[in-house]
Design a protein around this ligand. Structure first.
Ligand code: 2HA
Ligand code: ZN
Length: 269
């Protein structure tokens, strides 16, 4: 079948990473039904032939104006599509979109007219900010990790950096591979402008932010590394829960041990 991925190995690699991550999200139980969404800025893989590809949808409004996205291209999971299906058929459960010159609308260009995720305005607003900041980050992943979400049902974990410090202290890898920790955003309506704005605000300080009682939003260079950051955090949550299930509050690594880690691994905090 004719696909934008044919004879474009670099673009295919990025989309295949999304498919691989989608499979992990399903296997972990983090992607029930159509839960979660992934978008990747693929502009760097766009050649003249892609620039010349005609729209296969009508012009659609983004709902906001995002000046840094002019002429950008994104692979987006499709709205109402399942991660477990995307894992096998990424171009039937997602599509590539082109942002138009007004920076406020887009068209779908490949492979099929699959409408992008319901969270498109928040994902694109985040990408707009990443470009504005000159960030190397190209991927954003929203998913529903069970144990991390469960923690947000307790007010003490919603205080700034309380969950972050606890999770870091469960195993050294978590601070090494999620060095900016977990930001917390109080409950807001899914897909709302308020949620998008709060997410952008918190991403200035964190790579992974928690939407209270809903899920996480993570950014990184590609879909795989964004997933890895969430995976190490959730691993820590599982260790915490395992200790609690054995009947005790885990000691956690000490502040001295964690500071030693930060120095040894040259971590930001
Ligand atoms: O796209 O998870 O928050 C499904 C969702 C929305
Ligand atoms: Zn969600």
């Amino acid at each position: 079948m004719e696909s934008i991925l044919n004879n474009r190995p670099a673009l295919a690699t990025e989309v295949n990473k999304v498919a691989e991550v989608a499979g992990y999200l399903w296997q972990k139980g983090w992607a029930e039904r159509n839960g979660g969404n992934i978008t990747v800025n693929v502009t760097e893989y766009v050649d003249d032939a892609i620039k010349g590809m005609p729209a296969i949808s009508e012009v659609k409004p983004i709902g906001t104006t995002l000046p840094y996205l002019k002429g950008c291209y994104f692979y987006c999971k499709g709205t109402n599509k399942r991660m477990r299906d995307l894992a096998r058929w990424p171009m039937e459960n997602g599509s590539v979109i082109r942002i138009l010159d007004d920076c406020a609308s887009y068209v779908i260009i490949a492979d099929q007219p699959v409408l992008p995720t319901s969270e498109l305005p928040s994902h694109l607003s985040v990408h707009n900010r990443l470009i504005e900041q000159g960030s190397p980050y190209k991927a954003s992943v929203h998913t529903h990790p069970i144990e991390l979400i469960a923690m947000t049902h307790n007010k003490k974990f919603l205080e700034k950096d309380v969950a972050s410090n606890l999770l870091w202290s469960m195993i050294p890898e978590t601070k090494a591979f999620c060095p900016r920790g977990l930001g917390i955003i109080p409950y807001k309506l899914p897909s709302s402008v308020e949620l998008a704005e709060a997410t952008i605000h918190e991403l200035a300080e964190y790579d992974v932010v928690m939407w209270e009682k809903h899920g996480v939003f993570a950014v990184d260079t590609d879909a795989m590394t964004a997933f890895d950051q969430v995976d190490v955090l959730n691993k820590s949550a599982l260790i915490y829960i395992a200790a609690r299930n054995m009947g005790f509050e885990p000691d956690g690594m000490s502040q001295v041990q964690m500071n030693e880690m930060s120095v040894a691994f040259n971590l930001p905090k």
